[in-house]
Design a binder for this molecule. Structure first.
Ligand code: NAP
Length: 263
């Protein structure tokens, strides 16, 4: 008996697709929507949003994760609802490869104490209102920049095709396991100077971002979801040792996926 754990977004389409595909699987499968323990495979029905938020709410399960796209873009999703033959094969544990994605980690210091948060794509750091964020950026122990602007996206390779890309960041091959720091609306004037391009860091790096003044209210968002952190005094970003493993077709190729989704 193979155990499948199901995550869906809130759309009718995702629920109906899940019910229909599971019904066609036949015997030999036990399905759960509320207990991921011991699952042989996690199935995510929806788009990238369902993938990111669903996996976060279940603590980033260890089991292989198969995405079925009923959403819009579906960068993490490997199958469409019509791919029933591959769905049966993959659910039986055959015919796929696994793509590991290393998670990003944020260690946040705030009025509420210390907190560690993980993300798949990215962390967004920005003022909660419309004020200029004044941030120091320290790489390892070296102060590299005093930044003035909207804030930063700290992106994993997985997140390089998401928010960071919309801000002009690089698309990064996931095999690099790097961290990308992409500025949001950096100010460059005679008065205030900031780097205007993304910066790339190796997997062992740590990036510390801290407010230079207490006068603004900094927010941090993990994969688009606000972290409940109180008044933030500093954040250290690095790659976590934890990975998720995404089910891919055997002929999966990252750059072919990029071409098909973006051009
Ligand atoms: P969301 O609505 O769940 O996602 C926004 C769009 O980004 C959707 O079209 C989604 O695909 C796509 N997306 C998510 N992860 C992606 C990835 N790794 N590669 C390519 N596209 C990806 O938005 P949310 O809940 O606020 O935040 C989720 C993510 O969206 C964040 O991690 C952030 O990277 C991204 N985001 C982007 C912008 C921007 O580009 N201006 C703004 C806010 C957030 P689906 O259609 O399949 O869901």
């Amino acid at each position: 008996m193979r155990k499948l754990f199901i995550i869906e977004n809130f759309s009718d389409l995702a629920r109906r697709t899940a019910d229909s595909m599971i019904a066609q699987l036949g015997d030999g499968f036990e399905v759960s929507r509320d207990d991921p323990s011991g699952a042989d495979m996690v199935l995510v029905f929806g788009g990238d949003g369902a993938f990111l938020h669903g996996l976060e709410s279940w603590g980033f399960p260890e089991a292989p994760i198969l995405g079925i796209n009923t959403g819009h873009l579906g960068f993490f999703q490997e199958l469409l609802p019509e791919d029933m033959d591959l769905f049966k094969q993959f659910c039986s544990g055959e015919g796929f490869t696994l793509q590991p994605y290393r998670l990003l980690k944020a260690q946040i210091s705030s009025s509420k104490g210390e907190k560690e948060v993980l993300a798949i794509n990215d962390f967004t750091v920005r003022d909660k209102g419309a004020k200029v964020a004044r941030l120091s950026v320290t790489i390892e122990d070296k102060l590299v920049e005093r930044f003035f602007g909207d804030g930063f996206i700290v992106a994993s390779c997985a997140g390089s095709t998401a928010y960071s890309y919309s801000l002009g960041g690089a698309i990064v091959d996931p095999r690099l396991e790097s961290i990308q720091l992409t500025p949001m609306a950096p100010i460059n004037s005679k008065a205030l100077r900031s780097f205007t391009s993304s910066m790339m860091f190796p997997p062992t790096s740590s990036i510390t971002i801290a407010p230079m003044e207490d006068s603004f209210d900094l927010g941090v968002y993990a994969d688009g979801m606000e972290v409940d952190a109180g008044h933030i005094t500093g954040m250290k970003f690095s790659l976590s040792e934890k990975r998720i493993h995404v089910v891919r077709k055997q002929d999966y190729e990252f750059w072919a996926k990029v071409e098909s989704k973006f051009l």
